[in-house]
Ligand binder design. Structure first.
Ligand code: 5GP
Length: 210
C-alpha cells in the first residue's frame, strides 16, 4: 500500500486550523489527525485525548527523553509535541496525517521528513484575527495580546510554507485545502518510489523480457 502524506497545518492561533481539519475529517476518509501532547491547561469544553493529551511538565519531559515525540516546541510558555507512534501507524496504512502545529515544529518536521507538505492558514487580514481571538471569549486580554505578538513573529516564517490558505469562507477554504493536498500528492518529490519502479519496469520490458 502507498504510504500517506504527512501534512503540517500551521497558522495563526484563531485563523481556523481546527475547523478546517474537523471538516476535512468529516468529509473525506483519507485523513487522520494527530493528537498532540501539551502542558497547557485544558480550555472549557476540551477533553483529554480529544483536543490534546494534557500532561504535566515532568511527564512531557519524560516523553522527550524516551524519543516518543517526532517534534516538540514551546509556545507561549507551554510545551507542545507530536507523539510518534500514531503518526507512523496511520501513514503506514495509507492515511494522510494532519499535524496542527506551530512553525518551530513545522520546520523541524520538514528537515527530518522533506516530503512533508507545509500549509499555512491565515485570516484575510490582522484585524479579523484580533476580532476572532477576542470573540472566543475564553482568553484573558493578556493571553490574546501574547497570541497576537506570536502571530506577528510567525508571519515572519510564512514564506517557508508551500501554500498559504486564506480562511475567509470556511466551506470554500476546506475545498481549497483538500484540492491543494490532492495536487501535492502528485508532486514528484512524493512519488520517488513510483518513479524508480516504473523506470525499472520500462527498462525490463523494453528489452523484450516478459
Ligand atoms: P493552542 O494552545 O491554541 O491549542 O495551540 C497553540 C499553538 O501550538 C498552535 O499554533 C498549535 O498549532 C500549536 N501546536 C499544537 N500542537 C502542537 C505540537 O504537537 N507541536 C507543535 N510544535 N505545536 C503544536
Amino acid at each position: 500500500m502507498k504510504k500517506g502524506v504527512l501534512i503540517v497545518l500551521s497558522g495563526f492561533s484563531g485563523a481556523g486550523k481546527g475547523t478546517i481539519t474537523k471538516k476535512l475529517l468529516e468529509k473525506y476518509d483519507n485523513y487522520a489527525l494527530s493528537i498532540s501532547m501539551t502542558t497547557r491547561n485544558p480550555r472549557p469544553g476540551e477533553t483529554d485525548g480529544r483536543e490534546y493529551f494534557f500532561v504535566d511538565k515532568d511527564t512531557f519531559e519524560r516523553h522527550i527523553r524516551e524519543d516518543e515525540l517526532i517534534e516538540y516546541a514551546q509556545y507561549v510558555g507551554n510545551y507542545y509535541g507530536t507523539p510518534r507512534a500514531y503518526v507512523e501507524e496511520q501513514l503506514n496504512i495509507g492515511k494522510d496525517v494532519i499535524l496542527e502545529i506551530e512553525i518551530q515544529g513545522a520546520l523541524k518536521i520538514k528537515e527530518r521528513f522533506p516530503d512533508t507538505l507545509l500549509l499555512f492558514v491565515s485570516t484575510k487580514n490582522a484585524k479579523v484575527l484580533l476580532e476572532r481571538l477576542t470573540g472566543r471569549g475564553t482568553e484573558t486580554e493578556e493571553v490574546i495580546l501574547n497570541r497576537m505578538k506570536r502571530a506577528a513573529q510567525e508571519a515572519e516564517g510564512m514564506s517557508e510554507y508551500e501554500y498559504i490558505i486564506i480562511n475567509d469562507d470556511i466551506d470554500i477554504c476546506v475545498e481549497e485545502t483538500h484540492s491543494i493536498i490532492q495536487s501535492a500528492k502528485a508532486a514528484t518529490i512524493r512519488n520517488e518510489e513510483f518513479i524508480t519502479v516504473i523506470q525499472k519496469e520500462l527498462k525490463d520490458l523494453s528489452k523484450g523480457e516478459k
